[in-house]
Design a protein around this ligand. Structure first.
Ligand code: G6P
Length: 277
């Protein structure tokens, strides 16, 4: 369990609440009309050191194994600050979190200076997530970023994902070779780790918890990663139950297929909207 003072709650009403852990600004719960939409492992570790296994960890400034630092970058294992506490505005509640460069990140990542603002907005049957990266230094830098969304489902076998047909994808399970997706609806029946390149901006993920479907709309996040560790990988992950692969599917919106360059003083804004339909 996370310590209470690590968690910021955005409370629209009793049945529509989301929780953000300041460790990584990881969204660890999204209650939509009383149904939990996000998967968090029973084995997840809340020690403010390890990345939280589940919810929506933020990948930045690097997706995947990184020669300069930890896998998926430092954002998901850094302590964020609460820049704007939860406030109600009409039918939504929003809060903004901030990660700034510090001695540790500068040492790891070529002395780059940045502000990364993350705004979470919960509405009725909707969650909106906004990333805003600002280059505060005198030199340009490159980064990749992704919202590593773990959706909760009662049965991963029934989940379908639309919007990927005809796209090229890198299949990390098959020596990172490139393939073209042939299916209108992607289903997951085995260990899957794919990076779909340059997808249309809308994907529908069906049969999530409570038989809910979610439409994911992306702005400035052209790529989609689909991941499920299945039985074989689940067994070797210490913070993931052996059978939990049945209860989750990661559909991750990112800018990851190629790095984004940001010149000195420039800004990169991107967002994901999750609508429960
Ligand atoms: O175990 P983690 O570092 O959290 O990474 C979990 C997974 O994240 C992404 O989905 C990657 O595509 C996978 O290759 C990776 O295994």
């Amino acid at each position: 369990m996370a310590a209470a003072d690590d968690v910021v709650e955005l409370n629209l009403d009793q049945e529509n609440i989301c929780k953000v852990n300041l460790h990584g600004a990881t969204l660890t719960s999204w209650l939509c009309d009383g149904t939990e939409m996000l998967f968090v492992s029973q084995q997840a570790v809340f020690n403010n050191v390890k990345a939280i296994r589940g919810g929506i960890p933020i990948v930045y400034p690097h997706f995947g194994p990184w020669e300069l630092g930890p896998q998926h970058g430092f954002a998901r294992i850094s302590r964020w600050t609460l820049e704007k506490p939860p406030a109600k505005d009409g039918d939504t509640v929003s809060a903004t979190f901030l990660l700034q460069d510090n001695e540790n990140t500068r040492q790891m990542w070529q002395d780059n200076r940045f502000n990364l603002f993350y705004t979470v907005i919960i509405g009725k049957r909707q969650l909106k997530l906004k990333l805003d990266v600002r280059n505060e230094g005198n030199d340009s830098f490159e980064f990749t970023t992704l919202l590593h969304t773990y959706f909760k489902t009662l049965d991963v076998n029934k989940v379908t994902i639309s919007g990927l047909k005809s796209l090229k994808y890198i299949d990390k399970v098959r020596q990172s070779k490139k393939f073209v997706e042939e299916n209108d609806l992607v289903t997951v029946k085995e260990f899957v780790d794919r990076l779909y390149i340059g997808s249309v901006d809308r994907n529908e993920v069906t049969n999530l918890n409570g038989n809910q479907n979610v439409v994911m709309t992306r702005v400035n996040l052209p790529d989609v990663v689909v991941w499920n560790p299945w039985q074989e990988k689940a067994k070797v992950m210490s913070d993931f139950g052996d059978e939990e692969y049945k209860e989750m599917i990661c559909v991750e919106a990112g800018y990851v297929a190629k790095p984004r360059s940001l010149s000195a003083g420039a800004r990169f804004e991107a967002s994901v909207v999750l609508d429960v339909i």
